[in-house]
Design a protein around this ligand. Structure first.
Ligand SMILES: CC(C)(COP(=O)(O)OP(=O)(O)OC[C@H]1O[C@@H](n2cnc3c(N)ncnc32)[C@H](O)[C@@H]1OP(=O)(O)O)[C@@H](O)C(=O)NCCC(=O)NCCS
Length: 387
C-alpha cells in the first residue's frame, strides 16, 4: 500500500466521511429532498399509522412484513428475553440515582454488563447474531426504564410478560399500566426512532461488528456514539429553549432575535432533510392530544409560533423542524424526564443498529478507511534528557 504523505490541506476530502458510501443496504432510505423516510420501502407515515415496534423490528431484520405467526414468534421471544440479571439492576440502582450521572453512561455500561451473563454471546453464526439482536433490543427497554426509575430514587419494576414492548416499557418506567393512547404514542416514538440511514451510531455499530466482535459490543458502540450532543440530545435542548421563552407572548420576538443573531435553533435543520422531517409531522399530530391531557398546551403554542417564523425566515434555505423539535414536547407531556430522552432514542434505534449489524455480517468486510498523513517524516529520535 502506498503511504500518502501530504502537506496539510493539500489533498481534498470530505470531512466526517460526508457523502462516502459505507455499504449497500435494504433496511431503510432517507429521502432528504422530498422529506420521506422508508423502512424497507414502506413509508414511515404508513408504519406509524398501522404498525408496531415489534413488527417494524421484524421488517428491518428480515426485510419483509411478518405473517401473524412470524410476528407472534418474534413477539414471544422479545417477551421471554426481557428480564435482566440482578447484578445489572444493582449497578443501575447504585449508579443512576445520582442526578449528575449521565444516563447514557449507565445505559452503555449496563448493556455491556449483559454480555458476560449471556453464555451464548460469543457464538459466531448468523442464527446467533439474530438471536442476540432480539435479546438486546428487548432488554434495552428494561434497562432504560430501570435507569429512569433509579434517577427518581425508585426501585425497578420487573417486566410484565403480558404486555407488548412499548406498553411494557411505560409500565416499567411510570409504575402503572397506561391507556391505549399513551401505549400507542410510545409505540410510535419507538417506530420513528428505529432507523435512519448511515447515521453516526449505526455506522459505529457496523465498524465494531465488522471486526466480528459480538453484538453487545456493537450496540455499546452505537450507544457511545449516540451519547454525544451532536447526535442525540437536541430534543432536550429544544425543551430548554421552550422553557427559556416561557410565554407565547415572547415567542415571536425571541425567535426573530435568535435568527438575527444567527443562533442555531434546536430542533431545526438536518444534514439529510432539506424538507419537513416526516417524523416531526407525525409527532406534531400527537402533540395536541398529549399536551391537552398533560396541561402543557403552552409548549405547543410556543412551538407553533417558532415553527411558523422559522419556516418564513429560513424555509427557503431548507431549514424545517426535525424529529427533535416535537419529540421533547411529546415525551415531557407523557411524564418522561428530559435526561431520559436519549436513552429512549437508543431503545428505539437499537432495532436499526442490530438489523444493520446482521446485514453487515451476512456480507462482512472489516471497515478500514485510511488517514492522509500530514505530519513530519524521517524525524530522529531525541533521548529524553536532550529534549
Ligand atoms: C443538524 C445540523 C447540524 C445540520 O447542519 P448543516 O447540515 O450544516 O446545515 P445546513 O448546511 O443545511 O445549513 C444551511 C444554513 O442554515 C443554517 N442553519 C442550519 N440549521 C439551523 C438551525 N437549527 N437554526 C438556524 N439556522 C440554521 C446554517 O447556519 C446555514 O446558514 P448559512 O447558509 O448562513 O451558513 C444543524 O441544522 C443544527 O445544528 N441543527 C440544530 C440541532 C438539531 O436540531 N439537531 C438534531 C438533528 S436531528
Amino acid at each position: 500500500m502506498t503511504i500518502i504523505v501530504a502537506k496539510p490541506g493539500e489533498v481534498q476530502f470530505p470531512k466526517g466521511l460526508e457523502g462516502a458510501i459505507a455499504r449497500e443496504t435494504t433496511k431503510g432510505y432517507v429521502d432528504g429532498k422530498q422529506g420521506k423516510l422508508y423502512y424497507h420501502g414502506i413509508s414511515i407515515e404508513e408504519l406509524a399509522e398501522h404498525s408496531t415496534y415489534e413488527e417494524v423490528f421484524y421488517l428491518l431484520m428480515y426485510d419483509k412484513l411478518p405473517s401473524k405467526e412470524e410476528l407472534s414468534i418474534l413477539d414471544m421471544r422479545m417477551r421471554q428475553y426481557r428480564e435482566i440479571p440482578d447484578a445489572v439492576y444493582e449497578f443501575i440502582k447504585d449508579r443512576a440515582s445520582g442526578y449528575n450521572v449521565h444516563p447514557m453512561s449507565v445505559l452503555r455500561t449496563a448493556v455491556s454488563m449483559l454480555a458476560p451473563f449471556d453464555d451464548a454471546s460469543e457464538e459466531q453464526s448468523m442464527a446467533a447474531a439474530e438471536r442476540e439482536a432480539i435479546k438486546i433490543t428487548s432488554r434495552m427497554a428494561t434497562i432504560t426504564a430501570a435507569i429512569g426509575r433509579a434517577r427518581r430514587g425508585l426501585a425497578p419494576i420487573h417486566p410484565d410478560f403480558n404486555l407488548p414492548h412499548a406498553a411494557n416499557f411505560l409500565y416499567m418506567y411510570l409504575g402503572e399500566e397506561q391507556d391505549d393512547f399513551m401505549n400507542r404514542l410510545m409505540d410510535v416514538l419507538l417506530i420513528l426512532h428505529a432507523d435512519h440511514g448511515c447515521n453516526a451510531s449505526t455506522f459505529a455499530t457496523l465498524v465494531v461488528v465488522s471486526t466480528l466482535a459480538d453484538m453487545y459490543s456493537g450496540v455499546v458502540g452505537g450507544i457511545s456514539a449516540l451519547k454525544g450532543p451532536l447526535h442525540g440530545g437536541a430534543n432536550e435542548r429544544a425543551m430548554a429553549m421552550l422553557d427559556e421563552i416561557g410565554d407565547e407572548e415572547n415567542a415571536e420576538a425571541w425567535i426573530l432575535d435568535a435568527i438575527a443573531k444567527k443562533k442555531k435553533i434546536m430542533g431545526f435543520g438536518h444534514r439529510v432533510y432539506k424538507a419537513y422531517d416526516p417524523r416531526a409531522r407525525i409527532l406534531h399530530s400527537y402533540a395536541e392530544e398529549i399536551t391537552r391531557r398533560a396541561g402543557t398546551e403552552h409548549w405547543l403554542r410556543i412551538a407553533s409560533i417558532i415553527e411558523r417564523v422559522m419556516i418564513e425566515k429560513l424555509g427557503a434555505k431548507g431549514i424545517f423542524p426535525n424529529v427533535d423539535f416535537y419529540s421533547g414536547t411529546v415525551m415531557s407531556s407523557m411524564g418522561v424526564e428530559r435526561k431520559l430522552f436519549t436513552p429512549i432514542f437508543a431503545t428505539g434505534r437499537v432495532a436499526g443498529w442490530t438489523a444493520h449489524a446482521v446485514e453487515q455480517l451476512k456480507d462482512n468486510r472489516i471497515y478500514r478507511p485510511r488517514f492522509i498523513y500530514v505530519g513530519p517524516v524521517n524525524v530522529a529520535y531525541t533521548p529524553i534528557d536532550e529534549r
